[in-house]
Design a protein around this ligand. Structure first.
Ligand SMILES: [Zn+2]
Length: 163
């Protein structure tokens, strides 16, 4: 983001974060510190009893990640990528498409992407992660049952029980 602005490729007229509208946007802010990012990290953190989310991208792939025990480190590597990738997609959608998904909808998208990536992982990796996989699928039912409604893609119903 900072690089885009420097190269004048940034079409955003303001440096204010489009997710929270209350702080200057930077990579660390958008993906780890923003109110929206914090909600998302806390949701998954509470689900898997992981202390609060990372404080920066350096922390995410450094100290924060090092505190996660195997085999959950593989699980969280995928999940962290799905979280950051979907926040980035949502940020771009807000800027370039003027669309705005709810946090619940964002969480659903993250879980869907995570489950697709998990399906592509070797069986040996998945075998050790039965419990957390069950947990994240149950959370998907919980979140979709709340307020996301039409945001859920129709193919979502094929995920539970697939892995
Ligand atoms: Zn923000």
């Amino acid at each position: 983001m900072e690089n885009l602005a420097r190269r004048r490729c940034n079409f955003v007229s303001s440096t204010t974060c489009v997710m929270c509208h209350s702080d200057v946007e930077s990579t660390d802010h958008l993906l780890t510190q923003c109110l929206v990012a914090s909600h998302v990290w806390n949701f998954f953190g509470q689900l898997f009893e992981v202390r609060s989310g990372p404080s920066s991208m350096r922390d995410l792939w450094g100290n924060w990640r090092n505190n996660i025990k195997r085999p959950l480190s593989f699980f969280w590597d995928l999940l962290a990528r799905a979280i950051t990738w979907n926040i980035w997609i949502e940020r771009n959608a807000r800027i370039f498409s003027s669309s705005c998904a709810s946090i619940a909808s964002l969480i659903v998208k993250i879980i869907h992407m995570f489950l697709i990536w998990l399906n592509a992982a070797p069986d040996s990796k998945r075998a050790k992660l039965e419990e957390p996989i069950k947990k994240i699928k149950r959370s998907l039912e919980f979140v979709t049952g709340r307020d996301v409604g039409h945001h859920v893609p129709p193919e979502a119903s094929s995920y539970p029980g697939e892995v």
